[in-house]
Structures are given as C-alpha cells and as structure tokens.
Design a protein around this ligand. Structure first.
Ligand code: IPD
Length: 262
C-alpha cells in the first residue's frame, strides 16, 4: 500500500472505530426519530447526525483539503482530489429498534473510484476493510467471496427503498425471484449486505435505488474480495440496480433481474 493510501486507510479505520464506539455507548434508551426524509419510513435519529459530525470533524482536522459527501448533509468539493463518502449509520432502522447489524460506512474516492472502504459493524465486533488492488479483509484476515453457484442454489440478499412506489415494485420482483433461488436475506444495511457477499455469507446481493454513501465502502470491499459489482438498469429518476456476486452467478442474476424489470 502506498503512503497516502495507507494514511487514508488508517484514518478511515480510526474514524469508523470512534463513531461505532460512540454510537454503541451513547445510544439513548429512548432514542426517537428526529426527522424523516424521502418518506415517513426514511428516518434520521439525532445519533446519525452526531456520528456524521464526529467522522467529518476527525477527518477534516487531519486532511483539510479533502472533499466530503455524507448521508446527513456533509458536502464539500475539496481540492485534494480525494473525497470521503460517509454513511454514519447504514441500517438506521436496525439502530432505532436496537437490532444488531447496523454499520458505520466510510470510503475514500478519487477520480477513478473507491480507493479505500471501511465498514464497521459494532454489534457483531466486525471490521471489514479493503484497499483498491490490495484485497479485502475481515478483522484483519483476508476474505474471498463464495465461488459461484447456480441461481437456484444462491442465497440472495436484498433491500428495499423507502417510498411506497419503489417497495411495491421491489416486492413484485421478490415474488418472482424467490421460487427460483435458495432463499432471501434482508439484513437492513446495504453496507453489511456487500460485506456478506465479500466473505461468502451470502452468494449475491441486489437492490435498486441505493445512495452513494450506502454503497461506496461496501463496493470496494466486495470487489476486492473477488465479487463482480455492477450498477445496471439505470432509470430516469437516476436510480439503478446494484448487483454483487461471483462472476457466473452475477451474469445469471443480472439476466433474471432484467427479465423481471427490477
Ligand atoms: C438503508 C439501508 C437499507 C437499504 C436502504 C438504505 P440507511 O440505508 O442500507 O438496507 O435497503 O435502501 O437506504 O437509510 O439505513 O442509511
């Protein structure tokens, strides 16, 4: 790993660890919804905002010229050519309910895409990280995506967006897909889903309508673990479907999702 990349990785790991610790220790017993975004189901808690602030302040103090894009509003162009893409809590609904599996997701990007991705899952004691061209790791040990299996033997993770319209369509696609696969998993965090592909806990993951911060770190981790990660079926609203899986299964799943109009 080059000096600058090593620096980015170290900072991302440290920021994710700090935010994950704060979110665990300071989670109020009576945590409520502070605001809603795209729909009443798209919730923000005071802790999302606090964690993003902590991460951005930590990184900005050490790299004042970088850009920022965060789920809770951080947005700065920067002039260094490096931009941090941050989801302070991916899986906010899990966090709100006290369910495990929410993550802190931090990526550093340049003009070619993701350089570094870190996904911290405090409730599982898991830290995933990857560096472009340098492989993917779970708690420091190298990981690989599962070898491809035929679609009818694939355990497939997915997620649902927040608007009723999108969910109606996503439910229709699942209804068609489910009889032809091993089973569906819905963990509640896109970052965790991509890490699950990266270490072979599921065979594949797909979802329409993710935001850049849901995807940035997990995509580096899944592709460095040997999975194919692609965005397909772009639509006028700017949404597309992210599909992650080992190569031959990836092709099979893409073909089915295209046929189903996912
Ligand atoms: C959400 C989670 C969820 C996915 C949604 C995302 P958030 O992110 O990743 O699994 O299905 O599409 O918006 O809102 O918890 O950061």
């Amino acid at each position: 790993i080059h000096g600058d990349t090593a620096d980015l990785l170290e900072l991302a790991l440290e920021a994710a660890r700090l935010a994950g610790g704060m979110l665990t220790v300071d989670r109020p017993a009576d945590l409520g919804v502070a605001a809603t975004k795209s729909s009443p189901t798209d919730v923000v808690t005071e802790m999302d905002t606090r964690a993003e602030k902590l991460i951005v302040e930590f990184l900005r103090a050490r790299r004042p010229h970088d850009g920022f894009l965060g789920e809770e509003g951080a947005g700065e162009a920067g002039e260094s050519g490096v931009r941090w893409v941050i989801d302070p809590i991916d899986g906010t609904v899990n966090y709100l309910y006290g369910l495990p599996g929410w993550c802190v997701s931090i990526a550093a990007e340049d003009e070619h895409g993701g350089i570094v991705g870190v996904v911290e899952v405090p409730t599982f004691g898991e830290t995933f990280h990857a560096v472009r061209g340098g492989g993917a790791f779970r708690n420091g040990a190298p990981i690989r995506a599962a070898a491809p299996v035929p679609l009818d033997r694939a355990l497939v993770a997915t997620g649902f967006g927040y608007t009723a319209e999108r969910r109606t369509r996503q439910a229709a696609v699942v209804a068609e897909l489910l009889p032809g696969i091993r089973d569906i998993r819905r963990f509640g965090s896109a970052a965790a889903d991509l890490c699950a592909v990266a270490c072979g806990w599921v065979n594949a993951y797909y979802e329409r309508g993710l935001n850049p911060w849901d995807l940035a770190a997990g995509a580096v981790i899944a592709s460095e673990a040997g999975a194919e990660v692609a965005q397909i079926r772009a639509e006028d609203d700017g949404s597309n479907v992210v599909v992650a899986a080992a190569a031959t299964l990836h092709g099979e799943l893409v073909a089915v999702l295209e046929r189903l109009g996912a």
